[in-house]
Write a protein that binds this ligand. Structure first.
Ligand code: SF4
Length: 328
């Protein structure tokens, strides 16, 4: 991609991060769940086993394990916003009803542009005319401008190393977790980075940061090498100006993934114990949805600050309310 941000990455200090996806123990929760699947009715040998939504790893803030639990039940809860414009980034969008549909389309348009840009980087004479194949007119202009800058700063013999692997799934736990689907990986040269395209600017400390950290950790697990960066292209919605930012994968982002992993283990372990105590035959349970039991308890009212924007709040509160907390 015309990712000068990728070109300018430098190896991060080894002290920046204390947890790595290639470390022994980081994925213990997934290993534990793999063992559980062998003990209950979710056979590891099933050719098409039911999987836990990978989103559980980048679940947003919650005072307990409830949000991870609801992500196991439903792959994609979340807000959706009505969208109504005839075009966006120069592409027809009259049939799009929501920003979620628009976001998926942007991923496709950017991936198409990235593939074209890879062709440009590989071409013997870096022919800018290749970029005319980019479908979105706005992205085409953006990539063209950035390509010219790229050619100015990057030595010709390094252009090939700037190529991105487009839409390569990170399927490291194929019997348990849905594969992660980053929009791109800079994994053939060092330092490595993950790539995502987004509709709007990804707020720091938000769910997108945790998603980027998850991708970086999975890439570390796959390559056994550090990944300290993410590169994000967003279209500045509701405006239509493509922009690229670089994010350092920080310790705090990794910590949130680690918390979600331990909560995932807590939900599965607690569900197994609860059902065993009730005398249920676990070998008859054949999906994680059927196994998962809502973690007991409910955050006290003063701990519910993370709930305000939670898309599963209504269900979580009604299912978890107790007379003691007074939640309704
Ligand atoms: S409503 Fe609150 S406690 Fe329930 S899942 Fe959402 S953030 Fe967690």
């Amino acid at each position: 991609m015309p990712f000068l941000e990728r070109y300018s990455l430098v190896p991060a200090s080894p002290t920046v991060r204390t947890s790595r996806g290639f470390e022994d123990g980081f994925w213990d929760a997934v290993d534990f769940i793999t063992e559980v699947s062998a003990r209950i009715g979710i056979p590891a040998a099933d050719p098409d086993p039911p999987l836990i939504p990978r989103r559980v790893l980048d679940t947003e803030r919650c005072p307990g394990a409830w949000r991870v639990y609801y992500h196991i039940l439903a792959a994609e809860p979340g807000h959706d916003i009505p969208f109504s414009r005839p075009t966006y980034l120069g592409m027809p969008t009259a049939s799009f009803q929501t920003t979620r549909v628009l976001g998926k389309a942007i991923e496709r348009w950017v991936s198409q542009a990235n593939r074209v840009y890879n062709d440009f980087l590989s071409s013997p004479v870096q022919d800018l005319a290749i970029l005319q194949r980019i479908e979105s007119p706005t992205l085409r202009d953006f990539y063209l401008t950035r390509a010219q800058a790229h050619l100015r700063v990057c030595p010709i013999d390094r252009l090939e190393s700037q190529k991105m692997d487009v839409e390569v799934p990170l399927d490291l736990f194929p019997r348990v977790l849905d594969p992660a689907n980053p929009d791109g990986l800079f994994q053939t040269s060092r330092p490595m980075a993950v790539f995502e395209s987004k509709l709007s600017y990804p707020l720091e400390e938000g769910p997108h940061d945790t998603q980027l950290a998850t991708y970086a950790l999975l890439l570390e697990k796959k390559t056994q090498e550090p990944c300290d960066y993410a590169v994000v292209l967003h279209s500045t919605y509701p405006h239509e100006f493509p922009a690229v930012i670089r994010r350092v994968i920080r310790e705090g982002m990794i910590a949130r993934v680690a918390v979600n992993l331990s909560r995932l283990r807590e939900v599965i372990e607690g569900s197994v114990s609860l059902r065993a105590a009730r005398g249920e035959d676990l070998r008859l349970i054949d999906s994680w949805k059927d196994l998962a039991a809502r973690p007991p308890g409910m955050p006290a009212p003063e701990e519910r600050e993370p709930c305000e924007a939670c898309p599963v709040k209504a269900r979580c509160w009604s299912e978890g309310a107790t007379p003691a907390t007074g939640a309704t």
